[in-house]
Design a binder for this molecule. Structure first.
Ligand code: NDP
Length: 313
């Protein structure tokens, strides 16, 4: 039985974002809200819960940015996310919500954690300075969920995806993550017949999970996991930034020059995460969409929707 099939009982915060829109396709009966209810304010959060009266909550709302956006506003990423998370879990406690699933990020892991990342290491050192505010705010979700479980018996669970991408991502030139940023730069250079410059030397390796896969994973974990420990759930396949750029250039038929600006930091060379615990819960690596297919879908969607894409319009 899918717990989340119940009509009018599931509230999804961040329901207008990339993952929220992916979830809408497989969970049409839930209530999806964006920032109309400002979750950094406890009174607005309680108004939302009073109005929807949910039994289950999927908490996706967050201030999310790529490396530059995070570095330029470490404080905002910390404070807004801590307020949102604190208010959503507190409102869930006050409303006796049966279960809350929240989404962390591999940014929670310490800069010098051993690789691949394992869940036990989350709090063992400072996150990388480039996303220190966001990383710590996500760690606090783990702290609050454990504390509330201990004191109030709350069934609050947390999952840890790696980098996400897909349709309805944010394609803003400063605030976006690497995949939407590359897609946009390549597409616009193709339209204008110009060359492009990308940050770093293209050598860092990253794991990427398709937003539609994360939507499936959220439903899966909601139905199959009730423990305090957060679980890595991302696709463990690694790709260099250069590799993904080459794929985007192929899909968008761009063959002008790409310059790698090595004066800009590469960031961490690798950030692999170990999804063994997730596999032990019954997930299978074959259930992740093949990276090339997911990237092609995202490029096609971007081209079709260019004028109205978030961050472009
Ligand atoms: P998006 O940036 O696409 O969406 C963010 C959502 O949060 C939107 O619905 C937005 O509403 C809402 N929101 C932002 N600020 C507020 C606020 N003050 N009050 C209420 N709602 C607010 O995020 P994603 O879909 O990419 O991410 C989903 C989750 O996954 C997040 O928790 C994120 O931290 C996590 N994650 C994301 C990764 C990624 O690479 N994108 C990687 C790992 C984890 P509105 O549309 O109205 O602005």
């Amino acid at each position: 039985m899918n717990l989340l099939d119940v009509k009018d009982k599931v509230l999804v915060t961040g329901g207008t974002g990339m993952v929220g829109v992916a979830l809408q396709k497989i969970l049409p009966h839930a209530t999806y809200v964006g920032s109309k209810y400002d979750l950094t304010k406890l009174d607005r959060t309680l108004e939302l819960f009073d109005e929807v009266k949910p039994e289950y909550v999927i908490h996706l709302a967050a201030k999310v940015s790529g490396m530059k956006g995070n570095m330029d506003a470490l404080g905002t990423h910390y404070t807004e996310n801590v307020y949102m998370n604190t208010n959503v879990l507190e409102a869930s406690r006050l409303h006796n919500i049966t279960k809350v699933l929240s989404v962390l990020s591999t940014c929670v892991y310490p800069e010098f954690a051993k690789l691949p990342y394992v869940e036990e290491d989350i709090h063992k050192g400072m996150p990388h300075y480039t996303n220190m505010g966001y990383g710590f705010s996500k760690r606090m979700l783990d702290v609050q969920a454990r504390a509330y479980r201990d004191q109030y018996g709350s069934n609050f669970v947390n999952i840890i995806p790696n980098n996400l991408f897909g349709e309805n991502d944010n394609f803003h030139l400063v605030e976006s993550h690497v995949i939407p940023s590359v897609i946009r730069k390549v597409y616009e250079a193709k339209r204008n017949n110009t060359n492009i410059t990308l940050w770093g030397d293209g050598s860092p390796r990253r794991e990427f999970t398709y937003s539609n896969d994360l939507a499936e994973i959220i439903v899966y974990m909601f139905n199959n996991y009730d423990e305090a420990d957060p679980i890595n759930v991302g696709n463990p396949g690694e790709h260099t930034i250069k590799e993904l750029c080459e794929m985007v250039c192929e899909f968008l038929e761009y063959d002008n020059e790409i310059t790698w600006d090595t004066s800009v930091s590469n960031g961490q060379p690798r950030k692999p995460s170990d999804n063994t615990k997730f596999l032990e819960l019954g997930w299978d690596n074959d259930r992740y969409t093949d990276f090339r297919t997911a990237l092609k879908n995202t490029c096609d969607w971007f081209v079709e929707n260019y004028e109205n894409v978030r961050g472009v319009k």
